[in-house]
Write a protein that binds this ligand. Structure first.
Ligand SMILES: [Zn+2]
Length: 326
């Protein structure tokens, strides 16, 4: 799925009746890592009575930094969503410790996103959990942590040249095809960052006024931004499913609805997948439009190297992972 972040002061407009954000994107308590490895997400994730749900945060011109005093012991991360989807308006992040590092190591060796989310959560204040962050905010925060707390990492990258002239020489047997591949030590990647700005928020609010959302009225669901928990849910419960290629298509819709009633907690992907599988395509289109409007911010990392054979620039998108911290 695509991934691509504060609201201040004002009340929800009437038009947001059908648009539920987490009442509080804060967990009741700090999540504690499971002692044993659980396969069911419901058992393993601390109960989050508060998904990104239940009120439409409104932007304002108030500077979130000025809203509350900041504690000099922490470093503050200004999420690219501008905290639009959450009740909290600032995010203090503590220094990375050995225990955090151990979680990243475990995530890398077990290839499980759950441990990355736990690692990030362990750096946040007790009433905020990384599990309810939107996907773009979560990945942005990973980059932010790497940039703030780690010394400059180097990375070994194998690049494949795709320049037309180089490929022609391979075809004409003037060069061996091995020349397409080259190994580089990377010390600098480029990060492209975007925020959920006023224009994007206006587009989202306009959509909520004009979109045909009646189909949700008789359902327990409302539109809601996808969170990192959705990614873990899919990874742990569906990635090995025999019908995964079909499920993968539906996840892009199921990830953007959640229970209207925060008392109902987290609606699993399983429950939501069943619901979206029965929706008309016109309704799926509506969810898709919402998904793009609430995902258009965050960070992308790319690497640019030169092909040693033909000097063409090779640009490759890369994704941050637990390995990036080790
Ligand atoms: Zn080349």
């Amino acid at each position: 799925m695509s991934f691509d972040v504060t609201n201040l002061g004002q009340d929800s407009p009437e038009s947001s009746a059908s648009f539920k954000f987490p009442k509080k994107a804060t967990a009741p308590t700090a999540p504690t890592p499971p002692k044993i490895q659980l396969t069911s997400l419901d058992n393993a994730i601390p109960e989050l009575s508060s998904m990104p749900h239940n009120h439409l945060a409104k932007p304002s011109n108030t500077n979130p930094k000025a809203a509350q005093e900041r504690d000099p012991k922490f470093v503050y991360a200004d999420l690219p969503s501008g905290f639009f989807f959450y009740d909290f308006k600032q995010l203090a992040v503590s220094n990375v410790k050995g225990s955090t590092q151990a979680k990243f190591a475990r995530a890398a060796s077990e290839k499980r996103t759950r441990h990355v989310v736990d690692a990030i959560s362990s750096l946040l204040p007790g009433d905020i959990t990384a599990w309810t962050l939107t996907i773009p905010d979560f990945y942005w925060l990973m980059y932010w942590i790497r940039l703030n707390f780690y010394t400059k990492p180097t990375l070994i990258h194998t690049a494949i040249c795709t320049s037309h002239s180089h490929l022609e020489k391979i075809r004409d047997k003037k060069l061996p095809k091995e020349t397409l591949s080259s190994v580089h030590t990377i010390t600098n990647t480029s990060l492209k960052e975007s925020t959920l700005d006023k224009a994007k928020i206006d587009r989202l609010e306009n959509f909520l006024v004009t979109a045909e959302l009646k189909f949700l009225e008789d359902s327990p669901f409302d539109l809601c931004p996808a969170t990192i928990r959705d990614i873990v849910d899919v990874e742990e419960n569906f990635s090995e499913h025999e019908d995964y290629s079909e499920i993968e298509h539906l996840i892009d819709f199921s990830s953007f609805i959640q229970y209207k009633d925060p008392e109902m907690g987290y609606a699993s992907q399983e429950v939501r997948l069943k619901y979206v599988a029965d929706l008309d395509v016109a309704h799926l289109d509506t969810i898709k439009e919402f998904a793009s409007l609430v995902s258009d911010y965050g960070v992308e990392e790319s690497i640019k190297v030169k092909c040693p054979e033909c000097s063409a620039d090779i640009v490759t998108r890369v994704s941050i992972s637990a390995h990036s911290f080790l």
